[in-house]
Design a protein around this ligand. Structure first.
Ligand SMILES: [Zn+2]
Ligand SMILES: [Zn+2]
Length: 268
């Protein structure tokens, strides 16, 4: 069955994307996506590489709600955000989320102690495993500080940028900490995003990869969303057929979309 929902898409409201929301919406509708959630970046205090990852929420809502109405016949548009978590930002995130009526909130980690694994310096002076472990530890620190979001984004994002990427990486190596993360997500009723950006980075797998998705299911996790993490229209719905199949193999019979922060089940 074709997956009709892409719940992780960027537009020119993100510091690393130049595609206007209109273009993303039109292209998504043209390829048969029925439920689209735009999730532009808010990464407060992002200091790496000179990119500014914040937008004005007022302007964002004004523009997207107008487009939601304008494209009503073609597509169901949801207004989301991808929050870049850092433990000390919890108050700021709380204020943002409570003063605006987002449909969907992704909690993601791009900065580990102010360093983004996207840049090679994150990996300098230590083993790849140590660098990966620090990323997972940082997830736990963030979940302890703030967890008012609907799904956790690209759980093993760090692997995209490792010197050997996923060549020596496995769930088994980090079983203890990954299980702890998954149990916490389930307890807090936070869903797991299956982010197909990993294919774009040549991993041949989504983030997180199959063993982790399977483990989430085994531990009782039910809420999964599909996200392409597209920053360009050609990546909308990228590899969703493949990942739909993978989710079925892991025992899932449905995935979720969100409106007003409420999960709605869609059959797989
Ligand atoms: Zn992200
Ligand atoms: Zn993203």
């Amino acid at each position: 069955m074709k997956i009709l929902a892409d719940y992780h898409v960027h537009t020119s409201f993100s510091g690393d994307c130049s595609i206007p929301p209109e273009t993303m919406i039109e292209k998504a509708a043209a390829q048969g996506i029925r439920h689209l959630c735009l999730t532009d970046h808010i990464d407060y205090d992002y200091t790496e590489g000179g990119t500014f990852f914040e937008f004005d929420p007022k302007e964002y809502f004004k523009r997207l709600l107008t487009l939601k109405e304008q494209y009503r016949e073609q597509i169901d548009l949801a207004v989301g955000v991808e929050l870049g978590l850092q433990p000390y930002l919890s108050k700021k995130h709380h204020n943002l989320i409570f003063s605006h009526s987002f449909d969907f909130v992704i909690g993601s980690i791009h900065l580990v102690h102010c360093k983004d694994p996207y840049f090679p310096s994150y990996f300098e002076g230590r083993s790849e495993d140590e660098a990966y472990l620090e990323y997972f530890e940082c997830i736990l620190q963030n979940l302890a500080a703030y967890s008012n979001f609907d799904v956790f984004g690209h759980l093993d994002y760090v692997v995209r940028y490792g010197p050997n990427q996923n060549r020596y990486y496995s769930y088994e190596k980090f079983r203890e900490i990954i299980d702890e993360i998954l149990r916490l997500l389930i307890k807090k009723e936070i869903g797991l995003e299956v982010n197909t950006g990993g294919y774009k980075y040549g991993l041949g797998m989504p983030n997180p990869y199959k063993a982790i998705i399977l483990r989430y299911r085994e531990l009782g996790g039910r809420i999964v969303t599909f996200g392409s993490d597209a920053h360009e229209p050609q990546y909308l719905g990228y590899k969703f057929d493949r990942v739909g199949k993978l989710l079925k193999e892991c025992g899932f019979t449905s995935y979720f979309i969100f409106h007003n922060r409420k999960p709605e089940e869609v059959g797989l």
